[in-house]
Design a protein around this ligand. Structure first.
Ligand code: AMP
Length: 180
């Protein structure tokens, strides 16, 4: 497992527990010599996870669309920043570079990215592990909905199992590494 792609909020969330989870994950990635691939943002949980990796001597690759490469959006201190034409190219490159995926708490952008890699996995386009960090139960309702969609026959039970869910970064990382 050389690189993990992290999807997470461009905002920090209200409760400090979310920032702590992002910082924790970044530190663990650096300690385990796993490079971070992410959206290149400097704000919110995105900025926090990147800062934690860098602060602990790890490597970060940011992939940002040209239109978002503004001083407010982009992280100013990334060792490797790839600027791409648009959102589709960005998500494709992030997925290609990574050996696994982790979604932290976030908003629409995060759900979209998570569901996209899940969809690509269920279609057999990749077999990379996908983890969801359910910090303080943030994703309980989404997971409940995934169960509902499975019961109602829209998600195959085997595909429902594609999302690995843990409440701490350390346990989630262990499970992802074990699957790689
Ligand atoms: P959201 O969860 O809606 O805050 O969106 C965060 C996700 O969408 C991240 O994983 C990014 O890949 C992407 N994204 C959204 N907003 C930005 C931004 N301002 N800068 C960089 N990436 C962003």
């Amino acid at each position: 497992m050389k690189r993990i792609c992290v999807y997470c909020g461009s905002r920090p969330g209200i409760r400090p527990v979310y920032a702590a989870a992002a910082t924790d994950l970044g530190k663990l990635l650096a300690e385990r010599r796993i490079e971070l691939v992410y959206g290149g943002g400097g704000q919110g949980l995105m900025g926090l996870v990147a800062n934690a990796v860098l602060a602990h001597g790890g490597h970060v690759i940011g992939v940002i669309p040209h239109a978002l490469k503004t001083p407010e959006a982009v992280h100013p201190g990334l060792p490797d920043l790839r600027v791409v034409a648009g959102m589709h190219e960005r998500k494709a490159l992030m997925a290609e570079l990574a050996d696994g995926f982790i979604a932290l708490p976030g908003g629409f952008g995060t759900y979209e990215e998570l569901c996209e890699v899940l969809t690509w996995s269920q279609l057999g386009f990749h077999g990379k592990p996908i983890g969801l960090l359910n910090t303080a139960g943030f994703y309980d309702s989404l997971l409940h909905f995934f169960d509902h969609a499975t019961t109602e026959g829209f998600v195959r039970p085997a595909n429902r199992q594609l999302v690995l869910v843990e409440e701490t970064a350390a346990t989630l990382l262990d499970r992802i590494i074990a699957l790689a």
